[in-house]
Write a protein that binds this ligand. Sequence first.
Ligand code: ADP
Length: 575
Amino acid sequence: MEEGARSCLLRFRHRLEEDMKPPYLMDHMISDGVMSMDEEEKIRTQDQAVALLELLLRKDNNAYISFYNALVKEAYDDLANLLHDGLPQILSYAQNNSSDGLTSYVKMVLSEGGVPQRPVVFVNRQELLNRVREKLYQLQKDSGWVTVFGMAGSGKSVLAAEAVRNHGIIEECFPGGIHWLSIGQLDKPDLLVKIQSLCFRLEQSLNGQCLNRPPSSLDEAKERLRFLMLRRYPRSLLILDDVWDSAVLRVFDIHCRILLTTRNRSLTDSVSGAKYEVEVESGLDENKALEILSLYTKTKPHSLPEEARSIVRECKGSPLVVSLIGALLKEKPNRWRYYLSQLQQKQFKRIRKSSSYDYDALDQAMAASLEVLPDEHRKLYKDLTVIEKDIKIPAKVLCILWDLEPEEVEDILQEFVNKSLLFVDSHNKPYLYYLHDLQLDFLVEQNRDQLEQHYRNGPPTSGDEESLYWIRFLTYHMAKANLTQELYSLMFSLNWVSIKARIMGPAHLINDYMEYGPILDKEVRSQFQEFLSLNGHQLEQRPFPDVVQLALSQPQTSEVYRQALQSFLHLDLNH
Ligand code: ADP
């Protein structure tokens, strides 16, 4: 029943209870089909007026209208007048069924089911929305699962809520109602509590009270829910928001209709029934993203400062990031340049805003995805920092990097893709894999701490796998993390040259100097390069030659010579 109608009944409850004689009224209501003989029977055994109102409050708009008409027919004009203002506007459904189908009926169904409202600033993603609705229509006749998947902050929950904010969908597919359940990362006891409160909610809106004791185990909860959905709430939709674990889905594997949002595409593999999926693109197109900034800052799109476009470009239109920055700008309208530079410098921690979103900042949203990976895969995922921005790589490259069999690598990559941690370009054969810019930036940022530690501990020297990795990629990561000063002293260290040459050969080193040439001192770099090309063949020899000796034959003005001399003297002193 609509809020206005219910409120009227409650407001005038006592007047109604005192003045009306239910038997005749109930006859009208039975003939209108809004009340059953059983219900009438039950009411007759109690304080009739009180019981009738009690029942009415649990019924829908039609029951209210029928009750109103009965009052008129039975000449209770005063009482009817009291209820007149609360009459639900049934006829106006069609009229106010505006393009987005947002009728008061829709609002009521959604608020009863706990479906979140639109974010304060909202842009429509019509094409995506249509795709989700199309899949929901597949559930019209039969039970099944619709999975909405995509990376952190891509707008899955907003989309799921929007998909059901539509008169047609509710009326044609889910007249039994829509029930929203925020899942998130939870353990079994938490899950049980969630389902207990769902059962409570469902039973309460049926009986006005909940007589059953709450289910005490997940199995029991599953059975209770099965009964409720099948018998009491046929043709209703459960929305499970932000599901991480397929064990959660198994509890809901009860032949009902489910829409779920997740970062993990393959969650429904372990449940039965028809399955449909919709992928949510990670970013909004430029105009939509600019619209968000423009709405937050109350600026016309064409008057937005130039930083607006850069912000959108920098985060590839991520709805979460654009909204976070929009909300910050709303309060500090002259910080465009500041937030842009924070974004460019990957200062994700500074771009935070407490909001209804589960994570205050982007780094937390991203980190959550990583935390659920098994340890060994998390480590491999971090290695993906070697992928360059905007570069797509075939699985073969990762076979080398990880030193694993191609099949194993494919499985791992598939897992990452399924969990929205990695993207795949499947138009290409072999498939090409790539990271979203935000993921890459996040990884580099995470690695920075690790890098600095590696650097502080001195260059790795042993031949174990971990060290090999670092010897190979340390320079790369440092450059990526903008640790210029550290990169500088590493690459201009004869000690490092000696270690890397011994393990990887001089070619790798020369390559490093070429690669990072632009950020290194030209003069010193050419001295090191010259040393390497002159002695390349020697450095290939085993046993490995004495690098200090070789370096001592460099010109005395060379930094290579200076370091060699120093370490020679040092050695000498120690002896
Ligand atoms: P996900 O469920 O994919 O992690 P959400 O749907 O919770 O992402 O969206 C994250 C944030 O992005 C929201 O809190 C909101 O601020 C913003 N957002 C998402 N979709 C939209 C949209 N269509 N219009 C405006 N803001 C949006």
